[in-house]
Design a protein. Structure first.
Length: 316
């Protein structure tokens, strides 16, 4: 039996592979709950804490909600890593939460062979303003809030070949909370939202298509890419996850015959703390874009549209 039938107040569960669970408390409030944690993706512990916290909290915004508090999840190799290092990780996460006025109210820690960090994030939303990933409509346009390329920058960083300017670009995008999700939830013309993370743009877009029973057309030249990542992609930097993502979404995707491999890799590039992917009616698109721009999302732009048809993606 689907969870929604067994628990009628569970507005969003596991069925659609959405960004967070949503449970209705009453006619005015629903609680959003999500969790995410991972191994360090950068060398600086403070930056790692900031990125991990931003990544977890942004799932609340992807559902259209407002964060209210968080719990920390910590793994530390006791006796092998200086306590000061994990303190810096925790301080990085704390700084993100303080920046939006929410507490880290508790958590759990374990002795672990490698350091891990993340958050359980909780938020609130009106039940009628929840933005799922499976409610898009034919004729909707697709708007992406952040540029792609975080995974490629991370691949270069692991090899010690990422320049300081490129690292700063990576840090700026991965620590930018997807705060536009809250005001976007108030727009009736916004029908679906999700954030682009580990499955890459094509993977998360296919989730929208599958759940909404629609097809998508993406204009590759309209897809924003971090300037530092473009060159690295062209010269062959790629993550293993990109190939796995393509193996999953490739059977449902049509690419231009002459598209080079590096462009396909960008479309499948796994994003840490990636941007919101929004499906909205064309009349609402200018207002959606203005909301992104007002909150400092310089790369936000319209990248394609949805039509009737099987759950498939065409890149042109």
């Amino acid at each position: 039996m689907p969870l929604a039938q067994a628990y009628p107040n569970l507005l969003v569960g596991t069925e659609s592979g959405d960004d967070a669970a949503v449970y209705r408390l009453n006619d005015e409030q629903a609680v959003i709950a999500t969790t995410d944690f991972f191994l360090p993706i950068v060398d600086d512990p403070y930056d790692f804490g900031r990125i991990a916290a931003t990544n977890a909290i942004s799932d609340i915004y992807a559902m259209g909600g407002t964060p209210i508090f968080a719990l920390a999840l910590v793994g530390m190799p006791v006796g092998k890593l200086p306590v000061e290092v994990m303190q810096r990780v925790l301080a990085g996460g704390q700084s993100v939460c303080e920046g939006i006025g929410i507490p880290i109210a508790g958590g759990h820690s374990i002795d672990n062979p490698e350091p891990i960090y993340g958050l359980v994030a909780l938020g609130l939303v009106r039940p009628d303003r929840v933005k799922r990933n499976d409610r898009a409509r034919a004729g909707d346009v697709l708007i992406l809030g952040k540029a792609l390329g975080v995974g490629i920058l991370g691949a270069a960083l692991k090899k010690g070949e990422l320049r300081d300017q490129a690292y700063q670009q990576m840090l700026e995008t991965t620590t930018q909370l997807n705060t536009p999700g809250t005001p976007l939830s108030e727009m009736s013309g916004v029908h679906a939202m999700t954030d682009v993370t580990g499955f890459g743009l094509l993977g998360h877009l296919h989730g929208i298509c599958r759940g909404s029973k629609l097809s998508a057309t993406i204009r590759y030249d309209s897809v924003p890419v971090l300037s530092a990542a473009r060159h690295l992609a062209e010269v062959g930097y790629v993550t293993g996850a990109s190939g796995r993502n393509w193996a999953s979404v490739g059977p449902h995707t049509t690419l231009p015959v002459a598209m080079p491999e590096w462009q396909k890799n960008l479309l499948c590039d796994p994003q840490t703390s990636g941007g919101l992917l929004v499906a909205c009616d064309p009349a609402s698109a200018p207002r959606v874009l203005e909301t992104f721009k007002q909150q400092g999302f310089e790369y936000a732009g319209e990248i394609g549209y949805l039509t009737e048809g099987a759950a498939a993606i065409k890149v042109v």
